[in-house]
Design a protein around this ligand. Sequence first.
Ligand code: HEM
Length: 213
Amino acid sequence: MNWITNTLGTSIGKKLFMAVTGLGFIGFLAGHLAGNLTIYGGKDAFNGYAEHLHALGPLLTVAEIGLLTFAAIHVGVGIYLFFQNYAARPVRYAVNKTGGGRTIGSQTMPYTGILILLFIIFHLLNFHFVDKTHTTIFEIVANAFANPIYVMIYVAAMIVVAVHVSHGFWSAFQTIGANHPKYMPIIQVVGIVFSILVGIGFGFIPIYVSILA
Ligand code: HEM
């Protein structure tokens, strides 16, 4: 376990932990989106998907513990890096903030990150830590999105997730050493396409369900 503390002790090591856990979340998002799209197949398709997922039993528990560990590392190291960067530059320069390859995504990473953390707590309280006896997951989701405030919160959160992922995707690949001039432009395009898919794919679900409900 010594290698963990050694790696975390260096600057590049911290970035590596952010990159690996971030890539884990990208994988999770792709899987979660694919599963959630079954909602377009109707109530039975969505409930069937949830049942299959829960039938995994201990495997699902292992995946959940993995996600929680990744989240603790990603959030903990992210907050540490934010304060470290802040302390390193207490004086704000009057610079062109969008210059030097900086984008909205890269400049807002800590803020979109905190918003996503708040969203995930809200999201788990809505759909995960709920009494699932005498109801179905489709009913729980449909009841939530019958409320326009929930629809607005979810749509706004999906835009925030898409902005965070738009920078996180290529940044993670760059950190793990994939910054070859030949591959980086492709990785950047794939990152943008993936973040648009995440934003629209997840973001349209609450709207669709609210019209259905
Ligand atoms: C419209 C968008 C979304 C919908 C309708 C949705 C739906 C759901 C549902 C129904 C569950 C509960 C599954 C169950 O316990 O049976 C769930 C779990 C979860 N969702 Fe989402 N989700 C959405 C977006 C997101 C996003 C963008 C993230 C991450 C940024 C996310 C992260 C999670 C996590 C971490 C869990 C817990 C997984 C587990 O413990 O098995 N979800 N979601």
